[in-house]
Structures are given as C-alpha cells and as structure tokens.
Design a binder for this molecule. Structure first.
Ligand code: SF4
Length: 354
C-alpha cells in the first residue's frame, strides 16, 4: 500500500475474550498511524470494553442477533459504515458475515486471514499461524499496511487493555465496602463461567478451592462473571461450605475490571474474564479443560499458572462443546482442588494471622 491509511476500521464481532485480545492491535495501529481516524465494529455485549479506550475515535455496534439481524440489518450496518468513508478495514474475526459487511461498506482495502470463510471478500490476505498466540496472530494483519514493522519485537511490548473509569473504580470500592471488604482485605476473584460447558471446571472443584482459601488462608472470595454465567456460579455456591461474595451478573465489564484490579489473584476457566484479569495486570490461575494453550488463547502474562491434564483427547475442538464428546470429561474431572490451591499460593502474599 502506497499511502498511509487515514480512516481505519477493525471489525471484531466475536466474544469478549476475542475483543480484549484485539486491543493490542488497536494500540499498535494508533502508535503507527497517530493521526488516523481509528474505529471498531463490535457486538453490543462487548462495546463497553472498547468505548473507554482513548486510542479509539469511535466504536460502532453490529447487533447481528438482534436489531441488525438478517440481510436487511447487514445492509443497514454496511450503509452506515460506508458513510464513514473508511479506507482500510482489518478483520481479525474470521467470519463470512464480517467480511461481507466490509465488502458491502465499499471499504477499498480489506485485510483478513487466508483461513477465513469470507477471505473471498478481502483485497489482502495474510496467513494465520495456528501455532502463535492470538495477539501475535492479529498483529500479522498489519503486514500489508506496515511491512517494515518488526512484529516479533512489537508483540513482546504490547499489553491487553480494558479501560475502567474513575466512576467504575468508585463503584467497585463502594460495592466491596458494602460487602464489608476494605483495603486491607486480601481478595481473590473466581470466574467459574464460560460460554462452553467443556471449558467449565466442575463446581465441586471451585467450591473446594473457595472453602480452602477462605479457611486456611484467610482470603475473601469474590465470584465474578456475566449475567450468562450466573447459573454456573450458582452451582458453585451450592457446594460451598463458606459463603463467598457473589458479584456474578452484577457488574458491567468495566466494573468487573475495576473489581479485579482490587484483587490479589484471579482463578478462572479459559474465558473472557481471564483476559480482563490479564488486562488488570493481576496474576492468573487458569483451569484448562477441552482447550489447550496451543490454540493460542492463553493468559498473556508471565504471572500465570495453567492447571491442566495431559490427555490425548485434548484439545477436542477450537472452542469447546456443550458436553464431553467422549462422555467422561476427564480433562476437568481429574483436576483437583489441591492443585489449584497450590498454584494460587504461588501468587498469594503471606497474611499475618488474625
Ligand atoms: S474429549 Fe477430552 S478434552 Fe474433550 S471434553 Fe472430553 S475429556 Fe475433555
């Protein structure tokens, strides 16, 4: 590409974790093209992650399962994007619908992955290296725009972003105070949810971890997650002997980020909350079941322990399943609470006896 892009759109209409993992791409775009108008197209549920990011000029919403569903909705979104006169579109999300939107919006340069089912609609295709982390893979999309950019060195400097505001932090402080939690309390957040059942560790396991951390280590436990995670969180609480603070479904994404920032550690499944925790720069203990680090979505921090089993059936899919395809679910059932507690202690500071 000869001239520098002036108006750049990034389409990322996947889940929360995918959007958080796209934030380094925005950062590098902003650093490289400081005066460009830079915007994102996301689904309603993830808009909030990006709307506070100062490096973005705009965040547009594609409500593909609601208001904008069907061909009529797609046309309407494409029309409004066309009016914004973007000259470049990057498509980290490998989706036919996203590719079609960019094409119908008449964006002259459309850069995406060769492996996308919509790659037919792109003007430039780059190889998506399955062996790399998703953040690094996304940076590959910059090659046609900035061929001289040292991607390896750049990837080693980027970080995930979820921008909570002063208001979010005030909300978190107030909420925690209402639950009797002060600045001297050592808090550990636990995120037992996931969109996919085979990525959710067993509720009895989380409950035993909660009981162990509360009784043996004098920790306060916060259960966190989205509204969709409430059933999974409720299953955990029914097995708990001690009562954790349950914030699942009660925080916005940015409030969740502010709550996590107050925590010593996040214990989580392989889910969106894990990446929000990484963005808050807190240590992570992640329980991986049907997915593996090799898929490229692991916690992007040096302060993380992944607890997993070495089974030949892993990974059994790119995302996860509604149930174990082999019916035994050993990838999760074989993980013990003691292993997770031991991993957690690596990041826990000693607390003087009360
Ligand atoms: S097939 Fe293996 S990896 Fe997949 S859910 Fe079952 S136990 Fe886990």
């Amino acid at each position: 590409m000869g001239t520098e892009p002036k108006r750049i759109l990034v389409i990322q209409t996947a889940f929360l974790g995918d959007v958080v993992l796209t934030t380094p791409l925005f950062q590098v775009l902003r650093d490289r093209f400081p005066t460009a108008y830079l915007a994102a197209l996301v689904i309603p549920g993830t808009r909030e992650v990006l709307s506070g990011l100062p490096i973005l000029n705009d965040v547009f919403v594609y409500d593909k399962k609601g208001r904008d569903r069907g061909l009529k909705g797609l046309r309407s979104v494409a029309r409004s994007l066309k009016a914004k006169r973007f000259d470049v579109c990057l498509l980290p999300h490998r989706s036919l619908r996203s590719a079609l939107v960019a094409f119908m919006a008449g964006i002259p340069q459309r850069i995406g992955f060769v492996q996308s089912p919509g790659s037919f609609f792109y003007t430039r295709r780059v190889w998506r290296d399955g062996s790399r982390h998703e953040v690094r893979r996304n940076l590959e999309l910059l090659k046609p725009l900035a061929p001289d950019l040292p991607l390896e060195a750049t990837a080693s400097t980027v970080r995930l972003w979820v921008a909570s505001t002063d208001e979010d932090r005030d909300w978190a402080n107030h909420c925690l105070a209402e639950h009797g939690l002060g600045t001297n309390d050592r808090m550990i957040a636990i995120a037992p949810g996931s969109v996919w059942a085979t990525k959710r560790w067993i509720p009895e396991g989380f409950a035993a971890v909660i009981d162990g951390l509360m009784s043996r280590y004098n920790r306060k436990i916060l259960l966190v997650g989205s509204r969709d995670d409430v059933p999974a969180v409720d299953k955990v609480t029914t097995h708990c002997r001690q009562k954790p603070v349950n914030l699942a479904g009660k925080t916005t994404l940015r409030q969740l980020a502010a709550v996590l920032k107050r925590c010593e550690l996040l214990i989580t499944n392989d889910n969106g909350a894990m990446h929000v925790g990484v963005a808050q720069d807190i240590p992570i203990v992640a329980v991986f079941g049907s997915t593996t680090l090799g898929l490229g979505y692991g916690p992007l921090t040096e302060r993380a322990v992944v607890v997993e089993r070495d089974l030949r059936c892993r990974p059994c899919g790119k995302h996860g399943h509604a149930a174990c395809p082999l019916d035994h679910f050993n990838c999760m059932k074989q993980i013990t609470a003691e292993e997770v507690i031991t991993a957690a202690t690596k990041y826990m500071e000693a607390v003087p006896p009360s």
